[in-house]
Design a protein around this ligand. Sequence first.
Ligand SMILES: Nc1nc2c(ncn2[C@@H]2O[C@H](COP(=O)(O)OP(=O)(O)OP(=O)(O)O)[C@@H](O)[C@H]2O)c(=O)[nH]1
Ligand SMILES: [Mg+2]
Length: 351
Amino acid sequence: MSWWDDVDGDADEDEPYGQYDESSVRVRPNPKGNRPRTKVRPTYDDAPTGWVTNVDRGRFGVLVSSPDGDRLITATKARELGKKSVVTGDNVFLAGDVSGSEGSLARIVRVAERSTLLRRSADDSDDVERVIVANATQMLVVVAAADPEPRTRLIDRYLVAAFDAGLDPILCITKTDLADPAPFLAHFACLDLRIVTSRADDVPFEAMHEVLDGQVTVTVGHSGVGKSTLVNALTGSTRATGVVNSVTGRGRHTSSSSIALQVRDGGWIIDTPGVRSFGLGHVDPANVFRAFASHAIPVAAPVDGIPLDQAHDWEIVDRVQAGELGPTGIERLDSFRALLTGMGAHDPGTE
Ligand SMILES: Nc1nc2c(ncn2[C@@H]2O[C@H](COP(=O)(O)OP(=O)(O)OP(=O)(O)O)[C@@H](O)[C@H]2O)c(=O)[nH]1
Ligand SMILES: [Mg+2]
């Protein structure tokens, strides 16, 4: 077979030579006589596998399990992965030195399909997205009762992102030594959200265990709300924590990369850097309304025989507007709709 032949006989567009026969081609024998590069890559089905626990400037911490126990190794991305992103939480296939011994470096050659994907865009009109974490099972939305002041709009953003990503959200209010979280929490009374409250000098280990055991939980929240402080208490890690500026009320973006850490009482928690913006340009509104309703409309009762997962956005909106979720339901709905229409998405309430 000559190198210009259609390798797999499917006249594929990325094998353009398959459209031509010998007479169309000016043949220049390969002077070195060696085989040209082929696009056929090994599949690495038998390669060792691992789980990415952290990413730091092109180096990946990968947890590899073996009968002798787990070991954390360091890997880089193989060139053949090109621009494909590898993020904390990815299941990966490895080549090279996977011993994990001092100075060893493995290569990530393939990324397994992701079960969930938490993404954000730079802003709402931008659909270029950044993947934050893969394969998490739930999202811990961390907000401080004060310092920095909590804002409902930001929580709504995270809820929209969680609903879209298929992650179960849990609201975690920190710094309850500084303010009573009840007035803020009242805004979310319409949602069947799990809520935990915490303070650094009295971390609720038992409540946290119930939430985190057996799960891979990604934390999200503004800089300075106390994500790393909480993660350190739960895992025994010593991630740096930063102070909140007393004038601007803002954190200092102390954590700069995400890392998955094992919770002492069971489960994994992923500490992430606080971000300035959490754009939703990539979100599908249909996912959001359905997840909103399934967290809210009492026992997700079907109406007119239509199960909720088949209901149209506007039916869900109508039911919430008719007061099924009370006044805070309407408040949340209005906020979600404002977020979604801000992204240029259609508004089911105006159809
Ligand atoms: N009063 C009080 N302060 C807290 C509590 N939890 C955290 N802090 C303080 O809040 C500041 C910020 O905490 P961090 O854990 O660094 O916050 P972070 O969310 O990880 O911030 P980034 O890494 O910048 O995203 C630190 O000074 C903590 O000591 C709490 O429950 N009560
Ligand atoms: Mg931090």
